[in-house]
Design a protein around this ligand. Sequence first.
Ligand code: ZN
Length: 55
Amino acid sequence: MSDTDRKNPGDEDAPGTKQTGENICPSCSGSGRQGEKSCLDCGGSGRIIAIVGDA
Ligand SMILES: [Zn+2]
């Protein structure tokens, strides 16, 4: 764990956390944009960190 891990609002957990994976951001459908602005949930990446949970 470190303070440099950045979470976007749409992330379910911090990047690199066990049993997580990248997923298409449901808020922007992976486009990274909401209208003329960057998507807030994924920070414009179009992807969020989702907890997978069943390894
Ligand atoms: Zn998004």
